[in-house]
Design a protein around this ligand. Structure first.
Ligand code: ATP
Length: 381
């Protein structure tokens, strides 16, 4: 076990003379035993970061340390790291037992009996002990992924690196394995970096999430902190499903003027804005209420275009009634609530739940108020 530190890590690729900046000045301190999820859209530099930690890719600038040791120049085999990939990469001609033992034979000098007992212990932990004498071709996808995990766990490394390990599994298996991986992490307490583009995996699995976009680190924080206190528009839009709604607004005194709506703001929010006027107002779909009649100055007449029933909730696509605005936005209401397509309702956008961003830089200026204790957001659940 060890802490893992990335300090100003940059990776440039040369593409026929054109420079590609795949990872741009990324610094993250990952605590001993922490489960850090590296998340972001395709091409944002997740795999490249992981491969630099593993020693499979050189580092253009910056340092990577495992424990107190800088490992930049250390070959992959010498780093005390085990990787699990999306493709299980099991040897088809070997049994499960042999596949799991193989890594141990390569990386340790344990004697035969010790290797056997480690393989069996790990197989029991992963509930694949019944499968030890089968070949990979005789296993389901989920079982093969457990074997791939077992092969990494059996080596007892200082750091686990996982690159989209669940993306080949179907949705149900994936959610089961998500929980399984969290249980394993609690039990093994090994520092883990887990790469995914799936924000649900990031929210549910990470002690903390590191969000990358275009090679640049956007935010590193607990899942709830990223959700409720995003540092910028990118994080606000990336974390949360359905996504946060955004409206371009211009401030005029203590009102935000949008296309076809005006939103009054209190003195405390106005003070936070200083002299910034060109803003983006953000509100999460679940924070908007649908009410029958307009009662406050944060209520807006809307028409419901589409009702998408999800069972536990309904996602509504709604539009302002104002003529000057044909924008639509999403509202989530509970699943048993009856809302009719094509009907008029009133959307209430509570001031306590709004986020405001600087339109030019994308930085968050004001995040929603949170009723939960602040410690809840900062705790690693
Ligand atoms: P995905 O989720 O699609 O796997 P990713 O976030 O893991 O994406 P990377 O694979 O790290 O992204 O790629 C980051 C950027 O670096 C991309 O623009 C990619 O095209 C580029 N890149 C990656 N490997 C190389 C390479 N060997 N040569 C040139 N460019 C590369």
């Amino acid at each position: 076990m060890a802490e893992l530190t990335l300090e100003n890590v940059t990776k440039r690729f040369d593409d026929d003379g054109d420079e590609i900046l795949a990872v741009d000045d990324v610094s993250i301190d990952i605590a001993d035993g922490e489960f850090l999820v590296l998340v972001g859209p395709s091409g944002c530099g997740k795999s490249t970061s992981l491969r630099m930690i593993a020693g499979l890719e050189t580092i253009s600038e910056g340092t990577i340390s495992i424990g107190a040791e800088i490992v930049n120049e250390q070959p992959a085999q010498q780093r005390d790291i085990a990787m699990v990939f999306q493709s299980y990469a099991l040897y088809p001609h070997m049994t499960v037992r042999e596949n799991m033992r193989f890594g141990l034979e390569e990386s340790t000098d344990l004697d035969d009996a010790e290797m056997d007992s480690r393989v069996e212990e790990t197989a029991t932990l992963l509930e694949i002990d019944e499968l030890l004498d089968r070949k990979p071709g005789e296993l389901s996808g989920g079982q093969q992924q457990r074997v791939a995990l077992g092969r990494a766990i059996v080596r007892d490394p200082a750091v686990f690196l996982m690159d989209e390990p669940l993306s080949n599994l179907d949705a149900k298996l994936r959610s089961g394995m998500r929980m399984e991986l969290q249980r394993l992490q609690d039990e093994l307490d090994v520092t883990t970096v887990y790469v995914t583009h799936d924000q649900t995996e990031a929210m549910t699995m990470g002690d903390r999430i590191a969000i990358l976009n275009d090679g640049r680190l956007q935010q590193v924080a607990t899942p709830l902190e990223c959700y409720h206190r995003p540092t910028n528009l990118f994080v606000a839009g990336f974390i949360g499903e359905p996504s946060m709604n955004f409206f371009d607004v211009t401030r005029d005194g203590d009102r935000l003027i949008g296309a076809g709506f005006e939103y009054p703001i209190s003195a405390s929010i106005r003070d936070e804005l200083d002299d910034r006027d060109e803003l983006v107002l953000g509100i999460r779909p679940e924070d908007i209420e649908i009410v029958e009649a307009s009662e406050t100055d944060h209520d807006f007449p809307v028409h419901v275009d589409v009702v998408e029933p999800m069972g536990n909730e309904n996602n509504l696509l709604v539009g302002f009634d104002a003529e000057a605005n044909d924008e639509t936005f999403t509202v989530t209401v509970e699943g048993m609530r009856r809302i009719d397509e094509g009907e008029q309702y009133v959307a209430r956008v509570p001031e306590s739940a709004i986020h405001l961003f600087d339109r030019e830089t994308g930085s968050a200026i004001h995040n929603r108020k949170i009723e939960a204790e602040a410690e809840l957001l900062e705790s690693r659940l």
